[in-house]
Design a protein around this ligand. Sequence first.
Ligand code: F3S
Length: 754
Amino acid sequence: MLFDLDLIKSVYEKMPDRVSKARKNVGKALTLSEKILYSHLSIEEKGTTFQRGADYVNFAPDRVAMQDATAQMALLQFMNAGKSKVAVPSTVHCDHLIQAFAGADKDLEDAKLQNNEVYNFLQTVSNKYGIGFWKPGAGIIHQVVLENYAFPGGMMIGTDSHTVNAGGLGMVAIGVGGADAVDVMAGMPWELKMPKLIGVKLTGKLSGWVSPKDIILKVAGILTVKGGTGAIVEYFGEGADALSCTGKGTICNMGAEIGATTSIFAYDQNMSNYLRHTGREQVADLADVVIADLRSDNEVYQNPEAYYDQLIEINLSELKPYINGPFTPDLAHEIGDFAKAVKENNYPQTLEVGLIGSCTNSSYEDLSRAASLAKQAKEKNLKVKAEFVVTPGSELVRYTTERDGILKEFEDIGGVIMANACGPCIGQWKRHTDDPDRKNSIITSFNRNFAKRNDGNPNTHGFVASPELVTAMAIAGDMCFNPMTDTLVNEDGVEVRLEEPSGLEFPPNGFDMKDSGYISPNSDDQKVVVEVKNDSERLQLLYPFKEWDGQDFKNLNLLIKAKGKCTTDHISMAGPWLRYRGHLDNISNNMLIGAVNFFNEETNSIFNPIADNYSEVPATARALKAEGIGTLVVGDENYGEGSSREHAAMEPRHLGVQVVIVRSFARIHETNLKKQGVLALTFSDKGDYEKIQEKDKIDVIGLTDFAPEKPLKLRIHHEDGTSDEILANHTYNQAQIEWFKAGSALNLIRKQNN
Ligand code: F3S
């Protein structure tokens, strides 16, 4: 048994009382999300209610999951937290670093060789601190979580944006950065702004070519990539209850594509069935007892307008299959209109590759329905026109679908089965092509289709659809093919039609596998030694950042005044830099290299006062740091938007940046800066941004008296001998001021643990 039954029992024991108190405090019926959130408050405060979209709340999540690319920095930080074990059940999943090329076995062997050092590190740290470890090849984090750990009414965080997938099993599951994972693993509260709620009422019933994927593709078209920001999307109605649990997972998974905090379905018979088929009868039995708390109150279902901030209704009986893209998942086309869109927009009409699987769509149901089309192609003597690639989501699904002949159906039409890993979904795809730059179309059952996402080629037009539709399109090799209305000509010159796909929710002979790929942690942590070589280029142990010296900052040099948009990608680029995610010094060589210098409008070219020339940002920061000179970064609006990666805050801290002052912050980045001990300030008067000149030296005054809601002062000394004094606001509360004083939140955690 991999799940923690005692933990689940304790959540369910406390839930009825906590929900009823919350209902009383809020003064009205509760939605499912509210029930879960209020029963996971880190401290139960009498009479507390929180305003959605406004109040910050401290939560106590039940679990943490980490994928191998983000786990490295999360665990390097955790090693400095002064804890001997994680405070909540946590797991690491090796899925992102395996490149898809020749097929599962060969690719897996290659990945083990290339990433040996990283895998060893992750396994050893997991072992030492009581973290479950899923070996490379065991499966994709979100599928493995759904199969083993997710439970209705639970709350988890994960260091990957598609952690939200577990909403398919009724869990509030949220994607976060590594520093947040460290907090939870160290037993600290985890802060989140009370989310708003978007209700999606599903009426009617899916049939024929339409699948759960089409629901979220339609929702993405309605809400767009930003429409879910700061909100939980809650699905309900008879149409919701009729969906399979894994279908619900697909819908929640792609909630990340509309920016939602998470998405969720209420506990029902299909979830119960899924728990029972995946060896968790005990969890289902426990959930059955508290089912009333694992669904919204009846009043909510009867009068949803009164409880949700926004309400959408979709009739599944009228829903058609969708194809979304290219380049953005919210460009939704109903299948009947798609051929016209291809012609009008000049999308490449030849389909070169169809790809199914990933964490989004590789359930038994998905693969068996797709295989029914592959079987038809074979029986109807159709030659499959496009390449066809399958990435199973887990060993449980791979083994079972192989045993049941499903994978063979794909192989019989030329499909290649890749490792149980992210592969092409995260750009880990060494694509076979005669021209890597050709404008071309691919279609996947994955979730993201931004330019370059799958194969690094900006000319690849990526479209997203259900696995069934991807398979049908791959057979046709034509982006204008509509399997609902069009015929294909087979090898005998006969016109044939693909019948509607059919499949099974569960394997008739049950799920099975030989080796799950799971390694449970060693109980005797004293003997476990974590190895990180001194000359490693991929891993580096972290040193604690220096405590504040108790003095105001004097004579900080302006490092860069960033102009316009400066996202976490501008601050810490991804792509080839992924390789250094576990090595702070090496990855710091990408610090702010994408930010535009206000004074020369160039990227990665700033005034270097030591060399008296224009140099790269990281080199300049290193030169100043070597001289013991602290630096300050100036930014524009919404500085640090994008991902929650903490590298964007750790790198400046490592290279000597002491203050970041901006017109406004993206909230997560602001918190990340605070956590890493960088002073995060905003201009009290946004116009003061203009006062900062290239060779300024800046003092920060008032730190000795640093207090919540009390602005600080900046004295700016210009090169010509004049100076300005401006006010700088901050959002530090008392606890966060202590992070600053200690040098970082982690330093404080360590102090408290010693
Ligand atoms: Fe992996 Fe793609 Fe899912 S990167 S976790 S398969 S979104």
